[in-house]
Design a protein around this ligand. Structure first.
Ligand SMILES: *Cc1c(COP(=O)(O)O)cnc(C)c1O
Length: 299
């Protein structure tokens, strides 16, 4: 299946900076964004086992849910297109006069979009029953199959056990659950919530873990959301441009820029102690930057 997607090389990038060197901290970034420009980063891993299940059970299409800027929606559309499957996206909110980039691109991959009010969106079961010939995937790919795919992420970096800290973005917590499952007992997993005050996330993560993994060392941090989901104040845009200029590292406005920022803060505040060996998961999502006016970013 990987070959059909023409998966590209995932690699780890070492970040060099004074704030790291002064504290003898190593920071490597696992560049999952390199997999595919659309089914980028963690979305490939999270969708894989849903797709295989849908095909095995003979479904001819996949349906899922998301907001207007959802990387999950566009990844599902593109993946289905590559496998000649139909796709449906139930989108939260009223249909805008002009479709945002993500949805327009999903539509180009053949996804049928249905806009539902926020109230109807909450009643997902009613919506999905209307299309019961489709294989339904939760919003954001949340669930055991998504986490099972995410367990494969760490295998893409060499000696993952050497890291003392692994830091990733948290939307639904599916990726984080997969990473916790593969982490060693002495590794600390830090999840950066990109939503404001979404404190039920920790339960969501725990629900995807086996009992033996519940005692591993993990934590979700809630103070790096920059105002909330997809909020990108000028300070964040400038930070992203700086990361590009100084490290050649492209980040996205929703997830990965906030993760890098969190790491820098934690290092400079010594929350991540001197001598640590840190792995950041670059979970992709760069297509989301197309929603910015041209020229906002240097990359
Ligand atoms: C979807 C997404 C996430 C969130 O993953 P979850 O498994 O839902 O927590 C993180 N980073 C990027 C770039 C994403 O597109």
């Amino acid at each position: 299946m990987e070959e059909r997607l023409q998966m590209k090389e995932i690699f780890t990038q070492t970040i060099e900076a004074d704030w790291l060197q002064q504290r003898n901290i190593t920071l490597n970034v696992l560049r999952l964004d390199k997999i595919h420009s659309v089914i980028s980063g963690n979305k490939w891993f999270k969708l894989k086992y849903y797709l295989l299940d849908a095909i095995k059970k003979g479904f001819t299409g996949i349906g899922t849910f998301g907001g207007p800027f959802s990387n999950h929606i566009i990844a599902t559309a593109c993946l289905c297109h590559s496998r000649q499957l139909k796709s449906i996206g139930i989108i939260r909110g009223m249909q805008p006069a002009q479709l945002p980039h993500t949805l327009a691109a999903a539509q180009q991959y053949g996804m049928k979009l249905y806009f539902v009010s926020r109230t109807a969106y909450k009643e997902k079961d009613i919506v999905r029953k209307k299309f019961n010939s489709f294989y339904w995937v939760n919003e954001g790919g949340y669930g055991i199959k998504g986490a099972t795919g995410a367990r494969e992420i760490l295998a893409y970096c060499s000696s993952p056990e050497k890291y003392s800290h692994i830091v990733c973005a948290v939307g639904t917590g599916t990726m984080m659950a997969g990473i916790i499952t593969k982490a060693k007992a002495n590794q600390r997993i830090l999840g950066i919530s990109i939503m404001k005050d979404n404190h039920s996330l920790i339960e969501q993560v725990r629900d995807l873990l086996a009992t033996r993994d519940e005692n591993k060392s993990y934590k979700i941090l809630h103070n790096y959301h920059f105002g909330g989901y997809a909020k990108h104040p000028q300070q964040l845009i400038e930070y992203m441009n700086k990361l590009w200029q100084q490290h050649g590292l492209p980040t996205d406005i929703v997830y990965t820029s906030k993760v890098f920022f969190a790491i820098e803060q934690m290092v400079t505040e010594n929350t991540i102690p001197a001598g640590s060996n840190v792995l950041m998961i670059h979970s992709g999502g760069l297509q989301g930057n197309f929603s910015l006016p041209a020229g906002t970013l240097y990359f």
